[in-house]
Design a protein around this ligand. Structure first.
Ligand code: ISE
Length: 336
């Protein structure tokens, strides 16, 4: 059986997902696309040489009888509408982060999914599918370094065209907010944001870098550096400091050169390349579980918890103080 997927949003990430579903992975076929820019949607079909119908609206695509599942890769503020429509249609939906741009929007999706009675929503937190993060989680699980006490993380982009305001948190650090709670199997209880001297190489007026300090329910302390104009490359770091040792997120494989009296290794510059294998694993597992009528990935509840935590980080930045992160008890519907 083949999963017939409708893709809403054919921008950069939507196009890479269309390609991976059509040519890289197995078990799925893109049969429908929609974009606010209809010409762009048609160009995606033509350039990927797929037999997919272009729909004028996301709603029509979602309700099409030959679409089994939805992939939402449109502009963030449209996610809530399309995810709610997918739930109303009773169709599985993969939503790229963010699930919704507000915690309230995420909660509306959680409530709609609970009312529907079956989990349909998966959120695109792809780092859980990265082999490096999975190895780090296994190291913790095996008690190799004792109980985690602190985490030191960095999320560095070479550049962030169009970034403004709090996007370093709401668009970038949301990945750490999801993957670290998954890594530690703990939620957060407080957030603080430190504003170091800002780089002169960021867009005018953009604070960059940030340091985000988090505490977890068991008292683990986390510091995350967000630097979205670091210039040298796309560099993701995560060190777990335990009672008896430390464990670092593996660096992506790359050749070590010895030439011209120097050692050197390449550093990737694009997040789509750094996590290409994670994206492929994430979507292959989504295809397989959806064909089996199951949903095992990051849920709407995970999207909601990240939104609540992200809002607290933004509030901590704006108010210059430590802000409590108050996450309601997980509904039984979302318990393992
Ligand atoms: C981007 O939207 C992503 O999702 C990337 O994973 C992240 O590293 C980048 O900072 C975001 O802008």
């Amino acid at each position: 059986m083949t999963l017939r997927v409708g893709v809403v949003g054919t921008g950069a990430i939507g196009k890479t997902h269309i390609h991976r579903l059509s040519y890289t992975l197995s078990g799925a076929e893109v049969v429908a696309v929609n974009d606010a820019d209809e010409a762009q949607a048609q160009m995606a079909v033509d350039s990927e040489q797929i037999d997919a119908k272009v729909y004028k609206t996301g709603q029509e695509l979602i309700n099409a009888t030959d679409v089994d599942a939805i992939l939402v890769a449109s502009w963030g503020p449209t996610h809530e509408e399309f995810v709610l429509a997918s739930i109303a249609a009773g169709k599985p939906v993969f939503c790229e982060k963010p699930l919704a741009t507000t915690a309230e929007g995420c909660r509306r999706i959680v409530d709609a999914e609970i009312a529907h009675g079956k989990k349909l929503v998966q959120v695109g937190f792809m780092r859980r599918y990265d082999q490096g993060y999975r190895a780090l989680k296994q190291t913790i699980k095996q008690d190799t370094i004792g109980a985690p006490l602190m985490l030191h993380c960095a999320h560095r982009n070479p550049a962030a065209p169009g970034f403004s305001g709090d996007m370093a948190i709401t668009d970038s650090i949301v990945h750490e907010l999801d993957v670290l709670r998954w890594l530690l199997d703990e939620d957060y209880v407080s957030a603080q944001v430190i504003l170091p001297k800002s780089t002169r190489l960021a867009d005018q007026g953009l604070q960059d870098p940030h340091i985000i300090l988090l505490a977890t329910t068991q008292g683990i302390r986390i510091d995350i550096e967000s630097f979205v104009n670091c210039k040298y490359g796309y560099d993701i770091q995560c060190q777990v400091v335990g009672e008896t040792g430390t464990a670092n997120l593996p660096e992506p494989a790359s050749v070590t050169l010895r030439s011209e009296a120097k050692f050197s290794r390449g550093i990737l510059t694009d997040w789509k390349d750094r996590f290409v294998d994670a994206f492929n694993t994430e979507f292959q597992e989504w295809i397989d579980s959806t064909l089996n009528g199951e949903m095992h990935g990051p849920s709407a509840w995970d999207g909601y918890v990240v939104a609540v935590s992200s809002d607290a980080c933004v509030q901590a930045k704006r108010e210059g103080r430590i802000v409590p992160i108050e996450i309601p008890e997980r509904p039984p519907f979302y318990r393992p």
